[in-house]
Design a protein around this ligand. Sequence first.
Ligand SMILES: NC(=O)c1ccc[n+]([C@@H]2O[C@H](COP(=O)([O-])OP(=O)(O)OC[C@H]3O[C@@H](n4cnc5c(N)ncnc54)[C@H](O)[C@@H]3O)[C@@H](O)[C@H]2O)c1
Length: 305
Amino acid sequence: MVTGGAGFIGSNLTLALQEKFPAARLTVIDDFRSGNFKNLAGYRGDFVAQNLATLDWHAQFGTEKFDAIFHLASITDTTLHDQFVQVHDNVESFRRLLNFARSTKTRVIYASSASTYGAVTQASVESNGAAPANVYSFSKVVMDNIAMREAKENPDWVIIGLRYFNVYGPREAHKGVPASMIYHLAQQMKAGQRPRIFKHGEQKRDFVYVKDAVEGSIRALDAQTSGIYNLGTGQASSFNELVDVLNKCLGTNFRPDYIENPHAHYQNFTQADLTNARSALGYEPRFPLEEGVRDYLQWLYPDVT
Ligand SMILES: NC(=O)c1ccc[n+]([C@@H]2O[C@H](COP(=O)([O-])OP(=O)(O)OC[C@H]3O[C@@H](n4cnc5c(N)ncnc54)[C@H](O)[C@@H]3O)[C@@H](O)[C@H]2O)c1
């Protein structure tokens, strides 16, 4: 089961699961609030179009038992500031899912976020305190809290949270503005425009390619115990460095166009400490920034060599 499977990471995960486990019966749940069926071209499984915030799992699935539930569905527009909608839909969707999975102790692997770390200046370790700067991140912190409480109360139930860092890659265009800055900058440069980045491009992010994020997520199927793990590359790259990489891969020579940052609470730095993900999941990212960007651009623009 993959919730949010019409979305960016969810569709990449669903298609990777289909390839890795061709005999598996896959079911996707998504209400298309930000996803798109086109992301699932080639998908051979079932699809349940339902809103998880109101879904009655038992009425929908009866006694059906899933091997594992990947929960990626979420409002992902971090600039949506309606506190009720953001927290209600994200947290209650997760609560309903946990209530369904608890009796059968079905493994739950859910998407948390690096945004839970807030404003930091060093690599983040999972045990660092949460510091949500917006209501989206707050909803993820609450999900982490209830997941780890459930895991503690049910030692024989494996619940894994994955703190994705700044994910980019195929099948994200449907997100519009919330799509990765790699996507947006590439589109600007491909259209012959200078890439617009916030002054003065020294902000650093752990940009992780979706193929690595998916690989780490699938590895959570074999984790022995509950926990929350970072999924990034372990490296932070500045926006200026990103423009250099894009110029190199696109064969262009654009100088950044620096603009004011309109966001009051902005993560100027993200970097995953991967110690725990390496030891518990055996996770090892394969795409440093340049390799990931090159692979992505070949998918986006097949004419780019
Ligand atoms: N992309 C990133 O960089 C990133 C970083 C950290 C965490 N995450 C998390 O990873 C997950 C996937 O994000 P994404 O980038 O693929 O975003 P996305 O918006 O492409 O995917 C989310 C999907 O969930 C669906 N959805 C949302 N609310 C729903 C509901 N109540 N019922 C049913 N379906 C619902 C949407 O229609 C969409 O298809 C999310 O939980 C997100 O918070 C993403």
